[in-house]
Design a protein around this ligand. Structure first.
Ligand code: HEC
Ligand code: HEC
Length: 419
């Protein structure tokens, strides 16, 4: 898999224009968005930003000063525009000390091309997921997830992920973000260092360096001209821009299924036989073919990492685990417990062994796999399943080689849209 940073000439990558997609009836959830809005969102998604970009909407400083890549498409491009990304694009989270929260460790600054990553502290990585069908995931009601969780018991018993504010979360490997609009807004600030309303743009490891970075960046640009930095940099994206970008991501078509692939129905049956569908539920509400319950599951110590949230300094809200009556203890595979509120809506952050079941739609075209991209193949990904999924992965490894290949063959029939 080779990642390419799209240039303005190759904006189309492998997808036809969004107007054409809408005409084909793909944009199931974007019916409210006008073609012009989707086109504006697409332009923002593929746009390669630079420092002091002329496109910066409201006196912003453009890309950075801290950033991870200069466009959304630089990371989200596998299979087609909006897809996943290779391991080299993994986002790193760092926790300098046990007293602080995790935050995004930026590798690039517009003032230095040297890597600026933290040299010490706890570091974890996050692999770039595909965004196909994100609008459909966004449309699933809270109630649907609560009902799904209440029907699971015994070995497989997921819980509804919540944000720090107690909202039901649908996005993120740890299930930490409620809505697509919230994720897109945060991605602008965190990944590209674009100032948007409500979220601070990416911060350097030493927060006191921020003002200096912005000033230096301004000096480079202005070459002696007076720069107004009162109140910090202005916004790079207007609210209208953020909405257009969200509409575009929400209109990305859902992945496709190669239904006529030989041996597919046998592979699908084996997927059920191994209990994969206990978590990778085929249909959630009206969303058919998602293969995920979107709930948090204990996946065992082998997959554990403590990066329990995707936070930036300044927006941190470290949630104390409520310890009042009405809490239910939930024992994890390592013997530790998390206390889960009987009342829905009380925020309990994901434990280190807990991950949100990722949708398997489009999975053939989104390698590498798992939250940090450690699994190069689908077979590796299945074998790494532990915790609540241990029985399921044992069922898989106990199959004959031919059966395993059929099951994997079924997964390989789940492909990126237009593939
Ligand atoms: C440096 C690579 C990188 C760039 C640039 C990037 N992303 Fe992402 N994106 C990721 C990673 C990694 C995740 C998973 C984060 C997590 O779950 O903790 C992600 C997750 C997402 C999600 C949530 C998907 C899900 O199913 O949970 C959305 C939506 C998203 N990105 C949109 C965007 C948009 C819009 C942009 C441009 C403003 C963007 N991303 C730029 C790497 C990137
Ligand atoms: C207890 C719930 C559960 C069961 C049962 C389960 N999975 Fe998963 N699966 C998950 C979770 C959670 C993840 C994400 C783990 C991570 O990233 O660390 C995952 C990840 C995956 C991935 C990687 C997806 C990606 O985008 O990286 C594949 C492939 C997969 N599972 C296939 C299977 C198959 C095949 C089975 C049956 C043999 C199975 N799973 C059983 C919960 C489950």
């Amino acid at each position: 898999m080779v990642n390419r940073i799209p240039s303005p000439e190759d904006n189309d990558m492998r997808l036809p224009s969004f107007v054409a997609l809408a005409a084909l009836g793909f944009a199931a959830t974007a019916t409210a968005a006008q073609p012009a809005t989707l086109e504006a969102g697409r332009e923002l998604f593929v746009r390669t930003w630079v420092a002091w970009d002329e496109r910066a909407a409201e006196g912003g400083d453009g890309l950075g000063p801290m950033y991870n890549a200069s466009s959304c498409a630089a990371c989200h491009n596998q299979g087609a525009l909006g897809g996943g990304g290779g391991k080299e694009r993994n986002v790193r989270l760092v926790r300098p000390s046990s007293e602080t929260a995790f935050f995004v460790d930026h590798r690039l600054s517009t003032l230095s091309q040297r890597p600026l990553s933290a040299s010490s502290g706890t570091k974890v990585e996050r692999n770039t997921p595909a965004l196909f069908g994100a609008g459909l995931v966004d449309s699933i009601d809270d109630e649907v997830l609560h009902t799904l969780a209440s029907t699971q018991s015994g070995d497989i018993s997921g819980r509804v992920p919540t944000t720090a504010e107690g909202k039901v979360a649908r996005f993120g490997w740890k299930g930490h973000t409620a809505s697509l609009a919230d994720f897109v807004r945060t991605a602008c600030a965190n990944e590209l260092g674009l100032a948007v309303e409500g979220v601070r743009q990416a911060q350097p490891l030493q927060p006191e360096l921020m003002d200096r970075l912005v000033l230096m960046q301004a000096a480079v640009r202005q070459q002696g001209k007076k720069v107004d930095l009162v109140g910090g940099p202005k916004r790079d994206l207007s609210e209208r821009d953020v909405q257009a970008l969200t509409a575009f991501v929400g209109a990305l078509p859902a992945p496709a299924e190669l239904t006529r692939q030989p041996g597919r129905s046998e592979g699908h049956a084996l997927f059920g036989k191994a209990g994969c569908d206990g978590c990778h539920v085929q249909k959630v509400a009206a969303v058919d073919g998602i293969y995920a319950d979107l709930l948090l599951h204990d996946m065992g110590r082998g997959l554990a990492d403590a990066g329990s949230s995707y936070q930036t300094r300044g927006n941190d809200k470290i949630v104390a685990q409520a310890d009042s009556a009405g809490m239910v203890a939930h024992t994890l595979s390592d013997g530790s417990t998390v206390r889960v509120p009987a009342e829905p809506g009380t925020p309990v952050p994901a434990a280190d062994v807990e991950w949100r079941t990722p949708p398997l739609w489009g999975v053939r075209d989104s390698s590498p796999y798992l939250h940090d991209g450690r699994a190069a193949t689908l077979d590796d990904a299945i074998r790494a399943h532990g915790g609540e999924a241990a029985m399921s992965s044992t069922a898989y490894t106990s199959m004959t080689l031919e059966e395993q290949q059929k099951l994997v063959g079924f997964l390989e029939s789940l492909v990126a849209p237009g593939a």
